[in-house]
Design a protein around this ligand. Structure first.
Ligand code: 13P
Length: 256
């Protein structure tokens, strides 16, 4: 990537892991390890952990985000959380359209787009996740899937999103240990970049970060991060341990 244009983004997606005592231990360790990070850093804990993480990372150059939100601002939606509630809890980011939400909760592209716009209405930055399944890749549909997923969030139904970043997370690489090679990931990132440029113009397309997610570890982060269109990482399993998460953050400093 071109460091002068895009600061890398490294985010921890804890999914449905950890309890408060573990979250506090993570924060203490991260505070000790972090120094001046060569990337923008975000932690996405489960809702009940947000308060502990916001407290535990207070004063650190680390933002906190929700893993999901409801597209409406408030209302009778048992079990859901609004953008405003996340912002009130100290979040500045939110994940939208993670493949586990798409699969477990049948979230479609239109809902993901609505969530991204709801996030912006509360001044949260949406980190919008896209990516194909293994079956779709085998069938040669990777670019078609990415194009469809992007069309919904970049489409005009709700107007243009004034701010967002993307995560390319091939579903076949999530939690499987089967990381995409830098070449495979770069090919998808370059395609996403070309779609951004086509729909939003070259300058804006160049400014949006595309993080990679799928079995990222300290050992493979530097080689993935050296690819020109990979602008950081969205990390699952390896983000549960503050030392390995710090190692992934540090790997972003290796590429210039
Ligand atoms: P893993 O790093 O565990 O493969 O998870 C990736 C992911 O889904 C992050 O959102």
């Amino acid at each position: 990537m071109n460091p002068s244009m895009r600061r890398p983004l490294v985010a921890a997606n804890w999914k449905m892991h950890l309890v408060r005592a573990e979250a506090r231990t993570f924060c203490r360790t991260l505070v000790g390890e972090l120094g001046a990070p060569p990337a923008e850093v975000v932690v996405f804990p489960s809702f009940p952990l947000i308060d502990s993480v916001v407290d535990g990372l207070a004063g650190m150059p680390v933002a906190v985000g929700g893993q999901d939100l409801h597209p409406r601002a408030s209302g009778a939606h048992t079990g859901d959380v609004s953008a405003q509630q996340l912002a009130d809890a100290g979040c500045t980011w939110v994940l939208c359209g993670h493949s586990e939400r798409r699969a477990d909760h049948a979230e479609d592209d239109a809902l993901v787009a609505a969530k991204a716009h709801a996030a912006r209405a509360a001044d949260l930055v949406p980190l919008i996740c896209v990516g194909e399944t293994g079956e779709q890749r085998k069938a040669g549909k990777t670019f078609a899937v990415l194009e469809r997923q992007l069309a919904a969030v970049l489409g005009s139904e709700h107007g243009e999103l004034d701010r967002f970043d993307l995560a390319y997370e091939p579903v076949w690489a999530i939690g499987t240990g089967e990381t995409a090679t830098p070449e495979i990931a770069q090919e998808a990132h370059a395609f996403i970049r070309s779609e951004l440029a086509r729909r939003l113009g070259d300058e804006r397309g160049e400014s949006i970060r595309i993080a990679y997610g799928g079995s990222v570890k300290p050992a493979n982060a530097a080689s993935l991060g050296a690819a020109p269109d990979i602008d950081g990482f969205l990390v699952g399993g390896a983000s549960l341990d503050a030392e390995s998460f710090s190692g992934i953050i540090a790997a972003c400093g290796a590429r210039t």
